[in-house]
Ligand binder design. Structure first.
Ligand SMILES: Cc1ncc(COP(=O)(O)O)c(C=O)c1O
Length: 417
């Protein structure tokens, strides 16, 4: 099998059979788990060559063959030219942004962001005099107006967590490129099953592989996939020239890896890469069920007398429905959403009555998961910031799993009725 063959396959086949280097794995169907910290070299020249970038493994913090197998697979699935796996989704977010930014720079981002990303952008980057302009990513005029001569990139989440907005990736890629800027997309909630942002023009894709990619809540991890098509030669990015000289189209990935990943020590554990590879085989099947269940459960809650509102892009009247239908080609609307009960007390009572759905801080597991964000992840945020971020006290966040939809609905019904 070669790359041309794998491009002909459908997603369900590619997710299982692409980038399978079984010849080098002694015929094994999964990559061997290289749990070693370092690699022995037979000669002085060979290790020197490895350090000069001429091939060969060196030390676990820099790269690992099991991680490399997952990188090849994820680059293929996201239609990118290269990938680096990292210890968590936040490692992928922070390393990517830091490779693109210098002290004093600016960037424009969708305002609905995963909590730690929001804290990184609005609090931590302030220490380096970096300004994040957070705008409504569905308003292209607002995004364009926020761009200044100091802007280095545009950032968004495929489906904003937790506001559930659905930005038009192709439109934003065009806008970014008109300004000479790369577009970075956190596709955690989308997954490569639902959408390939790179094929829509995005330049970089990030995932928390902790979620749907691994799928079983057993391996924290992240990945950066480089589309390899951004032109770094403009004056705005002249600081990229050493990386372009070294790695050409993969200049950004090289910078992320060389300057940040290996020096920040954000290395993925090979065991987690192995577990992620095992989980990944069933991504298409799981996503089909996740998406179908989410639609059923959202519609059920939307009709429920005790539920005051449901924020799910698949419901009629949702502002993101049209873009979602076009962009996700009718496959679904994501499998995580929020809904409201009477008040905080009603939310907590419902959580305490649940019998099957797990109450915990995660999403994208094959099990259904629920949380009351205002009193947990956002408990230390002041009320104004919470309200600004759409973290209402009457709000529950549900990550719909792949159990029987009727059982998910029955558990919710007995808990909220
Ligand atoms: C959209 C999104 N991006 C990034 C992250 C961070 O991922 P991790 O927890 O693997 O660091 C999360 C975590 O929930 C997320 O939902």
């Amino acid at each position: 099998m070669n790359d041309a063959d794998s491009q002909k396959w459908g997603f369900s086949t590619r997710v299982i059979h692409s980038a399978q280097d079984t010849e080098n794995w002694q015929g094994a169907t999964l990559p061997p788990l290289y749990q070693n910290a370092s690699h022995r070299h037979p000669t002085a020249e060979s290790l020197s060559d490895a350090f000069s970038g001429k091939g060969g493994h060196i030390y676990g913090r820099l790269a690992n063959p099991t991680n490399g197998a997952l990188e090849a697979k994820l680059a293929e699935l996201e239609q990118g030219k290269g990938a680096v796996v990292m210890a968590s989704g936040m490692a992928a977010v922070s390393n990517t942004c830091m490779a693109l930014l210098r002290a004093g720079d600016e960037f424009v981002s969708g305002r609905s962001l995963f909590m730690s990303t929001w804290l990184l952008f609005t609090q931590i980057f302030k220490k380096y005099n970096i300004t994040a302009h957070l705008v409504d990513p569905t308003d292209l005029t607002a995004v364009s107006s926020a761009v200044t001569e100091k802007t280095r990139f545009i950032y968004l989440e495929t489906i904003g967590n937790p506001a559930m907005d659905v930005p038009d990736i192709a439109g934003l890629a065009k806008l970014a490129h008109n300004h000479g800027l790369p577009l970075v997309v956190d596709n955690t909630l989308g997954t490569p099953y639902l959408v390939n942002p790179i094929s829509l023009g995005a330049d970089v894709v990030i995932h928390s592989t902790t979620k749907y990619i691994s799928g079983h809540g057993n391996a924290t991890g992240g990945v950066v996939v480089d589309g390899g098509h951004f032109d770094w030669s403009s004056g705005r990015f002249d600081d990229f020239s050493p990386f372009v000289d070294r790695k050409g189209e993969l200049a950004l990935l090289d910078r992320i890896w060389r300057e940040h990943h290996i020096n920040h020590g954000t290395t993925q554990s090979p065991m987690n890469s192995y577990l992620t590879m095992v989980g990944l085989d069933t991504l298409a099947l799981r996503m089909e069920r996740h998406l179908e269940n989410a639609r059923k459960v959202a519609e059920f809650l939307n009709q429920h007398p005790k539920v005051s509102w449901v924020n799910f892009p698949g419901l009629d009247g949702h502002a993101g429905k049209t873009v979602a239908e076009r962009q996700f080609e009718g496959k679904g609307y994501g499998a995580m959403f929020t809904f409201g009960l009477k008040d905080e007390r009603a939310c907590k009572e419902a959580i305490n009555r649940l019998q099957m759905i797990y109450h915990l801080a995660n999403i994208g597991d094959c099990k259904s998961l629920i949380i009351h964000p205002a009193s947990t992840q956002y408990v230390s945020f002041d009320p104004q910031t919470k309200e600004h971020l759409g973290i209402h006290t009457d709000m529950l966040r549900l990550s719909v799993g792949i159990e029987d939809a009727d059982d998910i609905m029955a558990d919710l019904d007995q808990a909220i009725s």
